[in-house]
Design a protein. Structure first.
Ligand SMILES: NC(=O)c1ccc[n+]([C@@H]2O[C@H](COP(=O)([O-])OP(=O)(O)OC[C@H]3O[C@@H](n4cnc5c(N)ncnc54)[C@H](O)[C@@H]3O)[C@@H](O)[C@H]2O)c1
Length: 435
């Protein structure tokens, strides 16, 4: 945390928000911002639009909106761009996704239709359940990266944008461990030249964004900006990055409930999570290679919050199972069931059952907005590299350096707000006695 209020560049001019992927999440995000902009709806779920932040000690009574406290881009100043191998534009994407009712889409349909998807850098091998049709003709990976860089500059000029950010809202790619090609920027660039098969499309987008000085966040669980090559590039180009995998639905609840169990020293014996989902994301995750990526992202949460090494009696023997079942009739309206086996005083067992009838994209859309606005803020503050304070939004938060990630939603929230306080020259809130 380096800056204070005097050195933060103002949020003047237009901010372009680019999303690789124009599916359920991205179209719901764009439609939501347009609806709010037109006075048709409220931006529920968004911290940048709705949350207040306490400043100073409790008796000072200072509690402004975050948007009045830090200089964020205004919703009226946002422009939208996207790439997709299937969707033609945001209107078509919203209709396919079926998240929003027709009468909510109708008043903004013209604006949605105007968000036309650019041809994607897409490779069927990384998302086996999709057949891309609107795909770039360039075959070489270096040429594909250059084509994306050209798209970014064209968008910047055509839309008159002063600044850009990119948020990956594309499908979850097949599971991959980082390899030699990801180990440094030089190795990655050699890999682009040689068409290394272990460079995934999302990594090419991340490379194009960072090379263009555009902050990048990854909303999916696949490797993208969380590889040494991208961290190095982000540092070199002085661009902020954040990831990964939007924290919505079951994992959001998991990171709310498990800190509470731990706070009260209640033990956990098992956590079985299953859910049914019928959107395109569910279809992609029906492929074992894409599901593996998601599973790894979801399973990491409990261990870091509960610290079984510190509390072996309480959390040393947990069966944690996560299932996602593709079930088309549900569309985007996911239903999740959690069975949580806990134990208390003298080891007596108890159970918690959670049945969450959620709407995936309704929970994810405000995250896209907040990430776009906060990443843009971080860039104007002069931050670069991994933005840990944005862990709040991710299932698998990318830590800065070799530190362990922080999964506890409430610690993440404190970190986010304290970061904003410090940047604006205020004291962090520690909740100590006098505070
Ligand atoms: N909705 C949530 O709650 C949530 C939570 C966490 C993560 N995510 C992740 O966010 C991503 C988007 O979710 P969604 O529900 O919108 O899925 P979706 O399937 O509706 O949309 C994804 C879009 O990405 C496109 N795409 C695939 N490969 C691409 C490429 N190489 N370049 C550009 N576009 C590409 C697809 O054609 C599709 O239109 C998924 O990876 C999902 O796992 C979603």
């Amino acid at each position: 945390m380096t800056s204070t209020t005097s050195s933060i560049a103002p949020a003047t001019g237009r901010l372009g928000v680019l999303t690789p992927g124009l599916g359920a999440v991205a179209s719901t995000f764009v439609a939501g911002v347009l609806s709010v902009r037109n006075g048709l709806a409220a931006p529920i779920g968004s911290l940048t639009q709705m949350a207040h932040i306490r400043l100073g000690s409790r008796d000072e009574g200072r509690n402004p909106l975050i948007s009045d406290f830090v200089p964020l881009a205004a919703l009226d100043d946002l422009a939208f761009g996207a790439w997709d191998p299937i969707s033609a534009n945001a209107l078509e994407a919203a209709a396919t996704a079926g998240v929003l009712e027709t009468n909510d889409v109708a008043p903004i349909s013209g604006e949605l239709e105007g968000v036309v998807a650019m041809d994607a850098v897409f490779d069927h091998r990384w998302v086996k359940r999709l057949d891309g049709r609107r795909v770039k003709t360039q075959q070489g990976k270096l040429e594909q990266a250059q084509a994306l860089i050209d798209d970014i500059e064209r968008f910047r000029n055509e839309q008159g944008c002063d600044r850009l950010v990119m948020v990956w809202c594309g499908s979850t790619e097949a599971y991959q461990e980082p390899g030699e090609v990801h180990s440094s920027l030089a190795a990655f660039e050699r890999g682009l030249e040689r068409d290394d098969p272990t460079i995934a499309p999302s990594q090419i987008y991340a490379y194009a964004a960072l090379s263009s000085g555009v902050p990048y966040a990854n909303g999916a669980p696949n490797l993208s900006c969380d590889i040494p090559a991208m961290v190095e590039l982000a540092r070199e180009r002085e661009v902020p990055i954040a990831g990964k995998d939007f924290k919505t639905g079951q994992t959001l609840l998991k990171t709310m409930i498990s800190p509470g169990l731990k706070a009260r020293m209640l033990g956990l014996r098992g956590w079985y999570s299953t859910n049914i989902l019928g959107n395109r994301d569910g279809e992609v995750l029906d492929d074992p290679e894409s599901f593996k990526t998601k599973e790894v992202s979801k399973l990491g949460v409990l261990d870091t919050i509960l610290q079984p090494d510190v509390y072996p009696q309480l959390f040393g023997d947990i069966d944690h199972v996560v299932r996602i079942n593709y079930y088309p009739p549900r569309g985007d309206n996911k239903e999740g069931w959690d069975n949580i086996d806990i134990f208390g005083w003298l080891g007596y067992p108890m159970q918690i059952k959670v049945n969450f009838l959620c709407r995936d994209s309704i929970l994810a859309a405000p995250i896209v907005l907040d990430l776009a606005l906060f990443l843009d803020l971080a860039a104007r503050v002069g931050q670069s590299g991994v933005q840990e304070w944005l862990s709040f939004y991710f299932k698998s938060p990318e830590p800065a350096g070799d530190l362990p990630p922080e999964h506890d939603l409430f610690i993440q929230q404190t970190k986010l707000k304290n970061t904003l306080r410090v940047w604006m020259g205020e004291l962090p809130v520690t909740h100590s006695e006098a505070d």
